[in-house]
Design a protein around this ligand. Structure first.
Ligand SMILES: [Zn+2]
Length: 299
């Protein structure tokens, strides 16, 4: 099946080199797009300078190329797109959907306690800043509704916004635009129809749909791939000392990725060159074979 209207993307943050988990997200989104004859864009999510590692963005691009993961068009960098985020924030402000918040992280933590997995803002500044407080951040006034969507792998997901999300941050106290705002603005601006990414972002999806609705954008289709964890159950990341993928045995590494994604793989696949490997992988891609798990362990 080809679908010329399909437009997907891979959106790494340059906080370190690609590891097995981020390569899996790249491969999953690439194959889903290419198997439909769609486009695959690359967006560098370099919104948070303190978390960036110098050289990581270029390193990621070179690694993708070494694996034969070629993207369409120019790479976009979130750091160059602040004007778009500002415009969206202004629009939400004008519609009365935002408010300034004067709370510190410590105050919110103290209010919520440390047991909850997800910290829900208690709404302290919703009806105006308490006397003597100055605005630190800007929050979205979330509507009193349930958001639901049908994930292509994870199934039906829903979230009651006031209880499971709360009024979330759009502009951080350090002056940086929040990830949720930037992603929604970029996906709409780039005409993304399909978002294929790891389940580490499943929790963000209902907030992103809330913002899409507030800004009048359509909601893309979602497919959340299992997140790769180490033997201790931790998400692979720089913080958990995930090994960078090496490109020395690119096809063998890609075969491991396809196996983790539940894809049918013939014995000859491992002996292919990269071009042949991708041709086979694109032709045999079956999204419905992806394990319906939120986590898989790196083998
Ligand atoms: Zn507040």
């Amino acid at each position: 099946m080809t679908d010329a209207a399909y437009r997907g993307r891979f959106a790494p943050s340059p906080s370190g080199p690609l590891h097995f988990g981020s390569l899996l997200a790249a491969v999953g989104s690439f194959l889903d797009a290419r198997s439909r004859g769609g486009e695959w864009l690359l967006r560098m999510e370099d919104l948070d300078p303190p978390r960036e590692v110098p050289g990581a963005a270029d390193n990621i691009l070179h690694t993708l190329e070494a694996f034969g993961l070629y993207w369409d068009g120019e790479v976009t960098y979130q750091s160059h797109r602040h004007a778009l985020y500002r415009e969206a924030l202004d629009r939400l402000e004008q519609m009365g959907q935002t408010y300034p918040c004067g709370c510190t992280r410590r105050e919110i933590r103290a209010h919520v306690g440390s047991d909850g997995a997800k910290r829900i803002y208690p709404g302290t500044c919703r009806d105006g800043l308490p006397p003597g407080r100055t605005a630190r951040s800007v929050r979205l006034r979330v509507p009193d509704i349930e958001i639901s969507f049908d994930d292509r792998v994870q199934g039906a997901i829903s979230e009651w916004l006031p209880e499971q999300s709360g009024d979330f941050i759009l502009l951080r106290a350090d002056g940086l635009f929040a990830y949720q705002l930037a992603v929604v603005v970029d996906d709409a601006d780039q005409g993304i129809t399909d978002i294929v990414r790891g389940t580490d972002l499943l929790d963000s999806t209902c907030q992103q749909i809330t913002l899409q609705q507030a800004l009048g954008h359509s909601t893309p289709r979602y497919l959340h791939l299992p997140m790769v964890v180490n033997e201790r159950g931790q998400k692979l990341s720089k913080q958990t000392h995930a090994r960078a993928v090496t490109t020395d045995h690119a096809v063998a590494t890609l075969c491991s990725v396809l196996r983790a994604l539940g894809q049918p793989l013939t014995d000859e696949a491992a002996d292919c060159n990269l071009a042949d490997f991708w041709e086979r992988a694109v032709n045999s891609w079956q999204a419905e074979q992806i394990p319906r798990a939120q986590m898989i362990t790196e083998r």
